[in-house]
Design a protein around this ligand. Structure first.
Ligand code: BES
Ligand code: ZN
Ligand code: ZN
Length: 467
């Protein structure tokens, strides 16, 4: 699909024009009668084709970016089912980014495993404006961010036996080559040397060797140094605390955090932002077998914390404990953000659509909240407190990998990670639980079945606006 920005005095370039209407605008539209006769009420996410008029009308509640994005996603899906080869859409500086996201992310398809690939007729999308110069930069940036989000989705959607820790390493090397990034990949032997025994224990029963991936984008004179850490569980069976059959399905998505930070470094490299960016991924598979780590094991993390394992399905936090320690040892960052599909409890607390954010700095949480809203992603803060922290006490080790009470599970998981954040970094760190937001089995907003790429748009927007 080719998307082009063109001057709006070019007429009749596309077979179909897409027009957005609010219910109020519908009332005064010159074709209101015909539209209404066809059943179109301009309600949000409804659309109606008028083939004889070469027109697709899409309903929006209001003229804000969220409404345009969601409506465009519905519209693009409608056009994709036709034999038209080109469409045109009028855009302005307020809605261009949302419309591009609606097209690219709403029109996304993952067809790698389909034997019969459906041929798409739609080839050209023309975005019409009176001021190309003013919109050109936003246009190019929006395409980069949307395509990086699709890159993340592709990784999440790939089957677990086709995307292993070694695949994470391979993709990282490809990105390093393409964008001239520094790349360091630690295998089992090196992980042992680095004393990352919590991470290694989780991956021990897998036939795929665990890997730690470190990629760095280093421009001259960066404004800030940022570290991103991603949970890259290429499969989470639960380990010996085995997941029930129905909960295991979709657990290929447990690599979403790792896929997200890869998408972000891709976007940042293409946008050529003047910040130094480090990403660290703990790429591991959590399996069962004679060599599996067990409930009752006591693991010694990189920072020498002893961890009592009470549930092998709470594996993400064990991997992240070591990766967070390693990342803090290697890079003195201004901010540290981790992305992880960490807890089902986060979905219970906030719903499927919202990323949970946790940390100590209220200012940082506010900044991220504002950024997220502007980028079109949903976040909600989950507050830490000392009472929940106490639930992680272990009778035999320094800390337990699960809390003694089930309530507030997303927060106790966040507090477990907090144990591994150094005192100097407490206010520089935020944890993003993307368990709900990273994957969907039904379409919503510009998300379609499968990985959503949660975190890519939000974090890239944050980094683009860092002072
Ligand atoms: N990967 C899961 C969390 C998850 C659940 C992500 C559902 C997406 C959808 C994580 O490793 C896990 O299993 N967490 C446990 C923690 C529990 C054992 C304390 C959970 O949420 O049940
Ligand atoms: Zn798990
Ligand atoms: Zn997991």
């Amino acid at each position: 699909m080719n998307i082009e920005l063109i001057h709006n005095d070019i007429k009749d370039i596309a077979e179909i024009s897409v027009v957005f209407l609010t219910p109020k605008q519908l009332e005064t539209h010159k074709k209101a009668k015909q539209f209404k006769k066809a059943g179109f009420t301009a309600s949000q996410d409804s659309c109606c084709f008028f083939h004889e008029k070469a027109l697709l009308v899409c309903g929006i509640e209001d003229e804000n970016p969220d409404d345009f994005r969601s409506s465009m996603a519905v519209g693009i899906k409608a056009v994709k089912n036709t034999k038209y080869s080109s469409i045109s859409i009028d855009v302005n500086h307020k809605n261009i980014q949302a419309i591009i996201e609606g097209i690219v992310l709403g029109g996304y398809e993952f067809s790698q495993y389909k034997s019969k690939k459906e041929k798409q007729s739609l080839k050209n999308i023309f975005l019409r404006t009176s001021n190309i110069e003013k919109l050109q930069k936003t246009f190019e940036e929006a395409i980069i961010v949307a395509e990086s989000t699709c890159f993340t989705r592709d990784i999440v959607n790939t089957a677990p036996d086709d995307f292993t820790p070694a695949s994470f390493a391979k993709v990282a090397k490809q990105l390093a080559k393409e964008y001239n990034l520094e790349c360091n990949i630690l295998d089992k032997k090196e992980l042992k040397k680095e004393k990352m025994n919590a991470m290694l224990s989780v991956g021990r029963a897998s036939r795929h060797e665990s890997k730690l991936i470190h990629l760095a984008y280093k421009p001259k004179n960066p404004k800030k140094i940022i570290t991103l850490v991603g949970k890259g569980l290429t499969y989470d069976s639960g380990g010996l605390s085995l997941k029930p059959a129905t909960s295991m399905v979709t657990m290929k998505m447990d690599k979403s955090g790792g896929a997200t930070v890869l998408g972000i470094i891709k976007a940042v490299s293409e946008l050529k932002l003047d910040i130094e960016l480090h990403i660290f991924i703990g790429a591991v598979e959590n399996m069962i077998g004679g060599d599996a780590y067990k409930p009752d094991d006591v693991l010694v993390a990189r920072d020498k914390t002893t961890i009592e394992v009470r549930n092998t399905d709470a594996e993400g936090r064990l991997v992240l404990a070591d990766v967070l320690c390693y990342a803090q040892d290697k890079v003195q960052a201004d901010y540290i953000f981790d992305f992880a599909t960490l807890t089902g409890a986060c979905m219970v607390a906030l719903g499927q659509y919202t990323t949970g954010i946790m940390g100590h700095s209220n200012e940082l949480k506010h900044q991220i909240f504002r950024t997220a809203n502007k980028s079109g992603e949903l976040v909600g803060t989950l507050p830490f407190n000392k009472h929940l922290k106490k639930l992680l006490k272990s009778n035999i080790a320094d800390i337990s990998n699960v809390a003694s009470k089930p309530y507030g599970g997303a927060i106790t998981a966040g507090l477990f990670l907090d144990h591994f954040i150094k005192e100097d970094n407490k206010n520089k760190w935020l944890h993003f639980d993307i368990a709900g937001s990273a994957y969907t089995e039904s379409d919503w907003d510009c998300n379609v079945y499968g990985g959503t790429g949660a975190g890519v748009r939000m974090m890239t927007h944050y980094l683009q606006n860092l002072k």
